[in-house]
Design a protein around this ligand. Structure first.
Ligand SMILES: Cc1cc2nc3c(=O)[nH]c(=O)nc-3n(C[C@H](O)[C@H](O)[C@H](O)COP(=O)(O)OP(=O)(O)OC[C@H]3O[C@@H](n4cnc5c(N)ncnc54)[C@H](O)[C@@H]3O)c2cc1C
Length: 538
């Protein structure tokens, strides 16, 4: 008799969504998490000062709220206390000259805003929407379908029937285009380019990478239609609700349980061995939310197809990231447009070329001279996260190297190239000075700053290898049809009943829980008769 139907290694959003869906489907699930808290890259903590609730890593939930798992679980999660807040001011870009451009939740308002910067760009926005919305189901279908499966084939056939051969080629070309090409083809104004280009950083890409144009469109439309939802009280409220739901359906979620090996018998996964030697068995599936490097270097050994094992071990990571959290005694007072103070996410950048330059510098091992600063302001929606009258900022820097070869600004001594505490703080000082130039009361109201370097990210979560927030480069050969890597795309592994989920797998990073949902749905489809037979065999 096995201990559980399914064991899920790790407790990231993909694990919890997968476990919740399986548990509701009658499976006896067990989530095993190596660290002391559940949720992976979703953690809420009083990181700086008492009363200041910081989302330590991820913070913004449009992908979750727009995703398939949320569609299925929303009511039950709400019953467990999860409440989403949203805003009419989801995003803006602030340029060094103090001018700002805004993205709203309304097509007409966005068209008017783009026209404000360059007459005619408003019509261009409407043309973009008219072109995108009729094929939105196909675009989102690419991100919500197991591509190497009957459903993937079905999506291909549906696209062919709808668009014809030529239309399909055009659609595919549109998926592959770069953000730079798409933006400059469609909009005249540099302000429009700079408003949308930084969003590709949130998909792990840069504006000159293949597929970044497609991701720019998907995100721009998703923000207009869905805003920038966050849970009241912090991201961890989503984790709490999912865990409560799993437990309500008889599932188990445990922390401090480091899975060291997948136990394989007769070519099939039958359970896992923990680092302390304990074996936990699973009758129907082991679902590993781990990176390919951990899966093929640590959890699996023995008889594996050599090409798969080798390629898995050589899976590549993307750029590194740093977080900076500010606790302020009063709200930040932005210079210039007062709407900046009401906007959930403000990107501070010179624009498309600025993002491109910073990405390129990071990819060449340099600290960027003028990084794109992502300024998150959760208090614009949820004042409960700080003491009355206080301020709090969530800062993300997505253009950093893992091995630091130098400083593009020629200012910081980077030593041996490792992320020391000293380098982290001096780089954070540079970012703080950039912010202070636009937020005059930043330094006078600063109560405490906590910065997390790429090394801190890796230490906090083994899936954030090399401080890559997206658990693997999203270069084309590791993206979409090829994710996690071409020798073994999709979620099935060479070992029977062993599945891989998580940000390293299709549809990639973010809180959409896409991979966990795809695998859960696949497992729940198992015919009743086969399930009954398996139960009898146990
Ligand atoms: C700083 C930062 C900011 C981000 N901001 C956003 C955002 O605002 N919005 C958004 O949509 N996305 C954001 N992302 C991306 C998003 O958070 C991640 O892509 C997503 O949370 C990854 O979820 P996951 O299911 O892949 O697993 P993870 O969240 O990576 O969790 C994996 C868990 O598995 C555990 N684990 C791994 N190996 C083992 C093992 N052998 N045994 C036991 N446990 C194990 C780890 O300890 C970890 O807790 C951000 C990411 C980071 C790092």
């Amino acid at each position: 008799m096995a201990d559980h139907d399914a064991i899920i290694v790790g407790s990231g959003i993909n694990s919890l969504a997968c476990a919740a869906l399986l548990a509701r489907g009658g499976w006896n699930v067990c989530v095993l998490e190596r660290s002391a808290t559940l949720g992976g890259a979703i953690q809420t903590a009083e990181l700086t000062e008492p009363g200041y609730l910081h989302d330590v890593f991820s913070a913004w939930h449009p992908l979750w709220v727009g995703g398939a798992a949320h569609a299925e679980l929303a009511d039950e999660l709400a019953a467990h206390g999860l409440e989403y807040l949203n805003t009419g001011h989801p995003s803006a870009t602030l340029y060094p000259d103090g001018e700002a451009a805004f993205l709203f939740r309304d097509a007409d308002a966005n068209a008017a805003e783009l026209d404000r910067h360059s007459e005619g760009d408003g019509d261009a926005w409407r043309r973009v929407l008219d072109g995108f919305l009729p094929t939105a189901d196909l675009a989102f279908g690419v991100l919500g379908t197991e591509l190497w499966s009957r459903e993937g084939l079905g999506l291909g056939i549906k696209s062919f029937r709808r668009l014809g051969a030529r239309g399909l080629v055009e659609f595919t070309g549109n998926v592959l285009t770069t953000s730079r090409d798409w933006l400059t083809d469609n909009f005249a104004s540099g302000r429009a380019h700079g408003l949308l280009a930084p969003w590709v950083l949130h998909t792990g890409l840069g504006p000159d990478a293949a597929t970044s144009g497609f991701m720019t469109q998907v995100i721009a439309v998703a923000i207009q239609e869905g805003g920038m939802p966050i849970p009241r009280g912090g991201g961890a409220k989503l984790v709490d609700a999912l865990v409560a739901l799993i437990r309500e359906h008889g599932g188990v979620c445990e922390t401090g349980r480091d899975v060291d090996q997948v136990v394989v018998s007769g070519g099939e996964a039958s359970g896992i061995r923990l680092a302390d030697g304990e074996v936990v068995s699973a009758a129907r599936a082991v679902i590993a939310n781990v990176t390919p490097t951990q899966l093929y270097r640590r959890l699996l050994d023995g008889d594996l197809p050599a090409d798969v094992a080798e390629r898995g071990k050589r899976f590549r990571y993307g750029r590194s990231e740093m977080q900076i959290h500010f606790a302020l005694s009063e709200p930040p007072r932005w210079d210039g447009d007062e709407r900046l103070g009401r906007t959930a996410i403000v990107h501070l950048t010179p624009g498309l070329d600025g993002v491109s330059r910073a990405v390129n510098e990071a990819e060449r091992g340099l600290l960027p001279a003028e990084a794109t600063v992502v300024v998150g302001q959760p208090l614009t929606m949820d004042p409960s996260r700080a003491p009355d009258g206080a301020g709090l900022l969530w800062i993300q820097l997505q253009e950093l190297p893992w091995e630091v070869k130098g400083d593009a600004a020629g200012e910081l001594e980077t030593g041996a190239g490792e992320w020391s505490e000293d380098l982290r703080e001096r780089y954070a000082d540079r970012i703080q000075a950039r912010l202070a130039a636009h937020i005059p009361n930043l330094e006078s109201s600063l109560r405490r700053r906590v910065a997390l370097s790429p090394a801190d990210l890796q230490a906090a979560n083994i899936n954030l290898q090399q401080g890559d927030p997206y658990s693997g480069s999203l270069a084309l050969d590791q993206n979409l049809l090829w994710r996690p890597f071409p020798a073994n795309p999709g979620h099935a592994t060479p070992v029977g009943r062993l599945w891989q989920i998580g940000a390293s797998t299709h549809p990639g990073p973010g809180l959409g829980a896409g991979s966990g949902t795809l695998v859960a749905k696949q497992l729940l489809k198992e015919p009743l008769l086969a399930r009954a037979r398996k139960r009898l065999r146990r």
